[in-house]
Design a protein. Structure first.
Length: 390
């Protein structure tokens, strides 16, 4: 995932205090939502909870080196092997994928959102990042867990090849395990929407491209795609929904604001508050919302590379203490409570977690060598009795 930047708020001190109170307030508020909102929600299906998969862990991956220092070994996923005393992080194996499906499903996750790089037109070597999707579709266990696509606006193919890209996407939507919401609508996330506009040359042409995707999907009997834009600003998300004719506001992750700009450690409860405030900000724009919640954020492993340090604005990027199991459980429960309390703003009844395997950025659910299944156990605690059957 690529970094972003924001201006520092002049009210940073007040915002910091609000963050520290936010977690307690939300927990108290959750009890209120059991009343009328709970009754109104009785006939709605339980929310589907998914996690982003960014599959950068393959042979020759440039990212694995970030986890070599001992300080970051707590992040090493269960499939790590060792060679000459150094960890080898390679998940491009069918047995690993099958095991991951079992683990995610048992935790109660409904779907993975695979970060997708259209193979015919992405940068050289970019298709290597689709290994997870290929392994998933080849698995005999895929029926245990649904999937959807997290489209990358900068890597969806050239404008002149859009009809072929659309045909490829519709083929994905035809898969029986593709995640749907609101009945028969394929769930789609769109990150870096501005790059899609740049490729097509104008808002109007990019909007027409999205309309063509909708038209061809419906013509194939696959319903009208429910497209969620991912940005780092509620205002930008609302603008993208309007400009491109999308369906909902969301994010890839939300990890900083005016009160969290210094390069230092903050408590995880502050990150919980940042996430929840983003949901509220998106709701205030009047757009539908798919809540995003961070399982963490700490990009220090990537700062070992001077070029990445620049890209991540290393002098300003904050990082957060890893969540305890109880904090992660409470965070997921808060998102479920928010959806229950805001049915008109969360029509898709969907939640997205950052992330399954963004290990060197600090957001992961995948079991690790040292932590085992602790994070998935925390997710299961929140989702007990609230997950859909596959």
């Amino acid at each position: 995932m690529n970094p972003y930047d924001r201006a520092v708020s002049p009210h940073a001190g007040a915002m910091m205090l609000w963050r520290r109170l936010r977690g307690s307030i939300l927990c108290l508020a959750a009890g209120i939502f059991i009343g009328p909102a709970g009754i109104r929600a009785a006939d709605r299906p339980p929310p589907v909870v998914g996690a982003i998969r960014w599959d950068g862990w393959f042979a020759g991956s440039p990212w694995a080196k970030n986890l070599v220092p001992a300080a970051y070994h707590e992040r090493l996923p269960f499939y790590t092997t060792w060679e000459k005393g150094e960890p080898i992080v390679n998940a491009d194996d069918q047995g690993v994928m099958d095991r991951e499906i079992i683990l995610a499903s048992r935790a109660g996750l409904a779907y993975w959102a695979f970060v997708y790089y259209h193979p015919s037109d992405c940068w050289p070597g970019g298709d290597a990042y689709n290994y997870g999707l290929r392994r998933y579709l080849a698995s005999g266990r895929q029926g245990e867990l649904h999937f959807c696509l997290d489209l990358q606006g900068a890597h969806l193919g050239r404008k002149e090849n859009w009809p072929k890209t659309v045909a490829t996407l519709v083929d994905f939507f035809r898969k029986p395990t593709y995640q749907r919401v609101l009945g028969n609508r394929p769930l789609v996330y769109l990150f870096y929407w501005e790059n899609l506009v740049a490729e097509f040359g104008s808002i109007q042409q990019a909007r027409a491209a999205i309309a063509a995707l909708r038209e061809q999907t419906e013509a194939a009997g696959q319903g009208n795609p429910y497209i969620v834009v991912q940005t780092f600003s509620a205002g930008e998300a609302a603008a993208a929904v309007d400009k491109l004719g999308l369906d909902a506001s969301g994010a890839y992750c939300t990890s900083t604001d005016g009160a969290h700009q210094e390069r230092r450690n903050y408590p995880f409860r502050d990150l919980m508050g940042i996430n929840a405030d983003y949901w509220e900000s998106c709701k205030a724009t009047g757009k539908d919302v798919v809540p995003i919640l961070n399982a963490g954020w700490d990009v220090r492993p990537r700062w070992q590379d001077a070029e990445l340090m620049k890209q991540y604005h290393g002098s300003e990027q904050p990082y957060y203490t890893p969540p305890t199991a109880s904090e992660l459980t409470r965070h997921v429960q808060t998102a479920i409570d928010w959806i229950t309390a805001n049915p008109e703003s969360a029509k898709a009844q969907a939640i997205l977690i950052y992330a399954w395997n963004e290990s060197d950025e600090g957001g992961w659910l995948v079991p690790t060598l040292t932590g085992g299944n602790a994070r998935l156990d925390a997710i299961r605690s929140a989702l007990q009795g609230k997950t859909v059957s596959h």
